[in-house]
Design a protein around this ligand. Structure first.
Ligand SMILES: CC(C)(COP(=O)(O)OP(=O)(O)OC[C@H]1O[C@@H](n2cnc3c(N)ncnc32)[C@H](O)[C@@H]1OP(=O)(O)O)[C@@H](O)C(=O)NCCC(=O)NCCS
Length: 195
């Protein structure tokens, strides 16, 4: 579906199964870049299946959307946005989340990212959310400038104490892992129970 031209040469369209390979390609590049800034963001083997499950659920349930930006017909950028709910502990607990935003290097600085961010804000407003949030790596100064320029402001930070130099994870919690297999929580965290 084409939602309309927003600048000369630029078209934003919702991704469909025929364009999923494009979404996967750009998602992989985005995370390759993120992992170059922070190795903890390296994608796991089989990540494509997790992304595919997310895209299927998104289309089935309408709780999010993925857009592709084309520049003169060439794939130039990608955005994934979805609804997010915090614990019922909080009064103000629903927000829309930018799960992925990526513009191909040769199309940067042309307004593609800003056009995609505007689509995300519009989707969030239409679906009843009063805020749009995202996580950005501390070392990604360019993205921070981009978000500041696009009207976002910093509201929280993640602080980390590394406890081991090499990769390590606690025993599996199947109840927790099963939610991802169903396409829930592409990036979102879950409580992970360990004995
Ligand atoms: C961040 C990113 C999405 C920006 O996309 P883009 O299409 O180049 O951005 P735009 O052309 O729409 O720029 C919008 C504004 O942000 C600013 N901006 C964009 N890239 C910038 C950069 N590298 N440094 C400083 N400011 C930048 C622009 O100056 C512009 O402001 P202006 O209108 O005053 O000129 C793109 O650089 C990208 O894909 N980066 C790699 C992946 C990434 O970091 N994604 C976000 C992870 S959270």
């Amino acid at each position: 579906m084409t939602t309309g031209k927003v600048a000369v040469g630029l078209t934003i369209r919702a991704a469909d199964p025929a364009s999923d390979a494009e979404v996967r390609r750009m998602f992989g590049r985005l995370h390759g870049f993120n992992a170059s800034l922070d190795h903890r963001f390296a994608l796991a083997e089989g990540w494509e299946a997790v992304l595919d499950a997310h895209l299927s659920r998104e289309r089935r349930e309408g709780n999010g959307v993925t857009w592709l930006a084309d520049w003169d017909g060439d794939p130039a950028g990608m955005l994934i946005v979805a609804g997010h709910a915090d614990s019922p502990l909080y009064l103000d607990r629903h927000w829309a989340e930018v799960l992925a935003l990526y513009v191909e290097p040769e199309y940067r600085g042309l307004g593609v990212g800003q056009a995609l961010a505007a689509e995300a804000a519009s989707w969030a407003t239409t679906h009843g959310y009063d805020r749009l949030q995202l996580h950005v790596t501390a070392a990604n100064a360019a993205a921070q400038s981009f978000y500041a320029r696009s009207g976002f402001r910093l509201v929280q930070e993640i602080w980390r104490l590394d406890l081991a130099a090499t990769f390590r994870s606690p025993p599996a919690d199947n109840a927790c892992e099963g939610t991802y297999a169903r396409g829930e929580g592409l990036l979102g965290g879950q409580a992970h129970e360990v004995d």
